[in-house]
Write a protein that binds this ligand. Structure first.
Ligand code: SAM
Length: 482
C-alpha cells in the first residue's frame, strides 16, 4: 500500500486514497466538535503583520472538517470568513476571460464529455489559422483581453505544433485597440518537453482539470484513450512545473464523484505542489457537469445542490487564500451572484463552447462542449458586476511583468495589491468602457472608477492611474500597467 507523502512526485503517494479516507473519517467524527471548529476558523483568520494582512490557510484535514460541519451558525461564520479573506487579498475585483475552442477532435473516451471518440454524430471541427483570426477579432471586438484555449486530445489532428501555432496567431492579432494579452491553455496532459514549448510560446496559466481524484472512478470514467492513465494525468502539473510553467490551474469536475472526497483530493494536490514544486496552484476551477450533446448529467449520481456548491467555494477560499478561483458560464447568473463574494476571482463572460462559435450570430449547438447557463453578452456581464459592486477587470499585468508563480504569491502576501492590482483593474476597465461598452455601462463604469480611485493608498500611484485613465479616454494610448 502506498504511503502518503506530499513531497513525492508519484500520484498514489501525494493523492493518497487511504489518507483521503482517513480525512473523511476525521471530518465526520469532528463535524460537530465546536471547540475544534472554532480553533480551525481562528487559525484561518487574516492576521495583521507589518506588511498588512496575512493568512496561513488550512490543510486538507482541517478544511474537510469545515466542509463536513452542518451547524448553521458555524456555516455562517465560514461564509463571513470567506468573504473577509476574498476582500483582503482580491478586493472587489473580478477578472474576466473567455474560452476559445480550437478543435474538438479527440481520441479519449471520457464518458461525461460529448467530444468522446465514440460520438459519431457531433460535428468535428478544427479551426484554421484564418478562422482563429476571425474568432479572435470577434472576441477583441467584445472587449476580451484574456483567453483560455481549449482542445480535445488528438495527436495527429491537434499536435503541440498546432497549439503553438494557434497561440502565436492569437498574440499576433491587433485589431483596432484590441489585443489578447494572456492566453491560458487547457489541453490534455503532456510531456515536460511540450510544457517547455508552451512556456516558450508565452502562455499564462496551464489549466488541467483532474476531473476526479478517485482513481477507481477515474478509470471507469475514462475507459479508453491516453487520458485513461490516471497517474500520467495526475502527475501532469509536476511535469508542467518541471517544464518551467509556474502558474498552473487545478480543478475537479464536480458531480462525477462524492464532493467531500474530491475536496480533500484537490487540497492535497495544492499542498503537494507547494511541498514538492515550491509553489501552490495559481488557480482552482470549480466546474460542475452539465448537459451536452449526448450527455445527460443526471446519469452521474453525485450532482451537487447549489448550497453545497457555495459551501465548497467558501471552504476553498478559506483553505488556500492566495489561490485564484475560477467560475465559468456553466453556472447561472443566480448562482454566480451568490458565489462571487465567497471567493471567486475570475469568471468567463459571453462564452461560446462550440468550435468557431464567436463568429456565428446564433449559438451553435452541434459542436458545443456543454450547455452554457449564463448566456449574457459581455456588456451585460460587465454592467451586472458593476451593479453588484464588483470591479470588472481585464488585467493581465502580473504575468507580463514576470510576476508568476511564487512572485505573484509574494505580491498577494505583501499587502501591495491596493497599489498594484486595484489601479490595474481600473485602467483596464477604463479601456473596456471607452472602446466597447454601451452608453449605460460606460456611465456607471466611470462612476465606479471615480469612487475606486480614491481607495488607492499611495498618492503617486493614484495620480499616475488617474492620468492614464484620462489618456485612455481621450486618445488611443492603451496597456498601462503597474
Ligand atoms: N481535452 C483536454 C483535457 O482532457 O483535459 C481539455 C479539456 S476540455 C476541452 C475542458 C474541460 O471541460 C474538461 O477538463 C472537463 O472537465 C470539462 N467538461 C467536459 N465535459 C463536460 C460537461 N458535460 N459538463 C461540464 N464540463 C465538462
Amino acid at each position: 500500500m502506498a504511503i502518503y507523502n506530499p513531497k513525492s512526485h508519484k500520484a498514489e503517494e501525494f493523492i493518497n486514497h487511504e489518507e483521503i479516507l482517513e480525512t473523511l473519517r476525521y471530518a465526520e467524527e469532528n463535524k460537530h466538535n465546536i471547540k475544534l471548529i472554532d480553533q480551525i476558523l481562528a487559525k484561518a483568520r487574516p492576521q495583521k503583520t507589518q506588511n498588512g494582512l496575512h493568512c496561513t490557510g488550512l490543510n486538507h484535514r482541517e478544511a474537510s472538517v469545515l466542509l463536513a460541519c452542518d451547524i448553521p451558525q458555524k456555516v455562517e461564520e465560514m461564509y463571513q470568513l470567506a468573504k473577509e479573506i476574498k476582500l483582503a487579498f482580491y478586493g472587489n475585483r473580478i477578472v474576466l476571460f473567455a474560452p476559445l475552442y480550437l478543435s474538438n477532435y479527440c481520441i479519449n473516451g471520457c464518458v461525461y464529455c460529448p467530444y468522446h471518440t465514440k460520438n459519431k454524430h457531433i460535428s468535428r471541427i478544427k479551426l484554421t489559422q484564418d478562422e482563429i483570426r476571425n474568432e479572435v477579432i470577434a472576441l477583441q471586438d467584445m472587449g476580451h483581453k484574456r483567453l483560455a484555449i481549449e482542445a480535445g486530445e488528438h495527436p495527429s489532428m491537434n499536435p503541440i505544433e498546432y497549439i503553438l501555432e494557434c497561440i502565436n496567431t492569437i498574440y499576433s492579432i491587433k485589431h483596432k485597440n484590441g489585443a489578447i494579452r494572456r492566453v491560458n491553455v487547457n489541453i490534455a496532459a503532456t510531456t515536460v518537453e511540450n510544457y517547455r514549448k508552451l512556456k516558450g510560446a508565452g502562455i499564462g496559466t496551464y489549466i488541467l482539470f483532474q476531473e476526479t481524484y478517485h482513481k477507481q472512478s477515474y478509470l471507469e470514467l475514462h475507459p479508453t484513450g491516453p487520458k485513461h492513465d490516471y497517474d500520467y494525468h495526475t502527475e501532469a502539473m509536476d511535469r508542467a512545473m518541471e517544464g518551467g510553467i509556474d502558474d498552473v490551474g487545478l480543478g475537479v469536475l464536480f458531480g462525477l464523484e462524492k464532493y467531500k472526497y474530491e475536496f480533500a483530493g484537490l487540497l492535497m494536490h495544492a499542498e503537494h505542489l507547494e511541498a514538492a514544486c515550491g509553489c501552490g496552484p495559481h488557480t482552482i476551477s470549480v466546474p460542475r457537469v452539465k448537459r451536452a450533446d449526448d450527455i445527460d448529467p443526471s446519469v452521474f449520481d453525485n450532482g451537487l445542490s447549489d448550497d453545497i456548491f457555495e459551501k465548497i467555494v467558501a471552504c476553498i477560499r478559506i483553505a488556500v487564500p492566495y489561490t485564484g478561483m475560477i467560475m465559468s458560464t456553466r453556472e447561472s447568473q443566480e448562482v454566480r451572484e451568490k458565489v462571487l463574494e465567497l471567493g471567486i476571482s475570475q469568471i468567463s463572460g459571453a462564452s461560446r463552447t462550440s468550435v468557431g462559435g464567436y463568429t456565428k450570430e446564433e449559438r451553435l449547438h452541434d459542436s458545443e462542449q456543454f450547455d452554457v447557463s449564463d448566456q449574457r453578452t459581455l456588456d451585460e456581464v460587465v454592467g451586472w458586476l458593476i451593479d453588484q459592486k464588483h470591479i470588472p477587470s481585464f488585467c493581465t499585468a502580473c504575468y507580463r511583468e514576470g510576476r508568476t508563480g511564487d512572485r505573484f504569491m509574494s505580491l498577494c502576501k505583501s499587502g501591495q495589491i491596493l497599489n498594484c492590482c486595484h489601479p490595474n483593474a481600473l485602467m483596464t476597465l477604463a479601456e473596456y468602457l471607452t472602446d466597447y461598452a454601451s452608453e449605460e455601462t460606460k456611465k456607471k463604469g466611470f462612476a465606479m472608477i471615480n469612487d475606486e480611485l480614491n481607495k488607492i493608498p499611495r498618492d503617486k500611484t493614484r495620480e499616475i492611474a488617474s492620468k492614464n485613465i484620462e489618456a485612455i479616454k481621450t486618445s488611443d494610448s492603451r496597456d498601462f500597467r503597474f
